[in-house]
Design a protein around this ligand. Sequence first.
Ligand code: IPM
Ligand code: MN
Length: 350
Amino acid sequence: MESYKIALIPGDGTGPEMLREGVKVLQAAAKKFAFDLTFEEFDYGGERYLKSGEVLPAGAVEELRKYHAIYLGAVGHPEVKPGILEKGILLRLRFELDQYINLRPVKLYPGVETPLKDKGPDEIDFVVVRENSEGLYTGSGGFMRKGTPHEVAIQESINTRFGVERCLRYAFEYCREHKRKTLTLCGKTNVLTFAFDLWERAFHEVGEEYPDVQREYAHVDAISMWMVKNPEQFDVIVTDNMFGDIITDLGAILQGGMGIAAGGNINPQGTSMFEPIGGSAPKYTGKNMINPLAAICAGGMLLEHLGEKEAATAVEKAVMTVCSEHIQSLSAGKMGAGTSEVGDLVVDNL
Ligand code: IPM
Ligand code: MN
C-alpha cells in the first residue's frame, strides 16, 4: 500500500477549521482507494509569531522538505502587520522549496452561481499556470532617501530565462497531459518590453516542441476583459507572478468565489504545497460558518499531485454533487449547513 506523509499548516483564523474538513475528506479517500496518509501538524502562523516573535523556526524548511506534500489552511492575523506572515511563511516556503508553479484551476461547478450573465460550467473551465518564484515577488529593489520628499522606491521584476522557460514547459506539458488545446500567454509586451520580450520569445521557442498545443497571446488588461466577456476562449493561461496573482482572483470569483477556489504551489521535483486561495477570514473563526470546499478542493489537487488520480477525481465529483444538490450557497453562513457538515457531506458522497 502506498503511504504518504503530509505536513499540515492550519495557520490562522478559519484556516484550522477548513483544514480539519480537508483532512477528513483525505482520510476518507485514503480508506476508499487503499492508500495510507499520515499527518504531522505545524503551528506556524500569527499566534505562534505573537508569542515567540518567530515566524518560521530554524530548520522548519528542511523539516518540511521531508514530506510528500504540505497542506496549508491560511495565514494572516488581524494583530500582525500585513506582510510579515505572508512573506515570512507563505512566500518563504514557495521560494525556499522552489515551488515555481502556482496552479489555479478556474472551473465552475454545476449548481454554483457565477456573477457572469449567460455563462455556465461549459464556458468557465480553464487553468492558470502562474510563475511562482520570480517576477515582482523576489523582493529585489529598495528605498533611497526613505521618508524624505525625494524618496525613491524601486521594486524590480526579475525574469530569468531559466525560470521563465521551466514555467512555460510546465504549462505546455500540462496542456498535453490534460488534453487542453490552447495555451495563452498573458503578458504586456507593449509596455514591459524587456520582461515580456523574454517571455514571448521563450514561449514560441519552447512551443515549437509542442506542435499539438496551439499558442495564443493576450495582454493582461485585455485578458481581464475577455475572462469576463468570453471565458470559454481559455484553456490554459500561463503568466508571470504578479499578473497571475491578479487574474486568479478574478478567476476565483468567476468560479463562485473564495469558498471554492484552490491552488497548488508546485515543485515537480520537490515538496509541493496546496491551499485554499482565500484568506484566513478571522471574523468567522470558530463559528462553524466558513465554507471548507476550497480547502477540500486543494486536498483533491494534493491527491492528484501524489499520483492518486482516481481518489482526486472522486473528491472533485463529490464536491460537485455537494454543490449542486446539498448546499444553498458557497458563502460563509449561507450554505444551509455548517463547516463540519459540509465536510461530512463530501465524505458521504465520495
Ligand atoms: C495568493 C496571495 C499571496 C500572493 C499573498 C498572501 C502573499 O494573494 O496566494 O495569491 O500574493 O501570492
Ligand atoms: Mn492573490
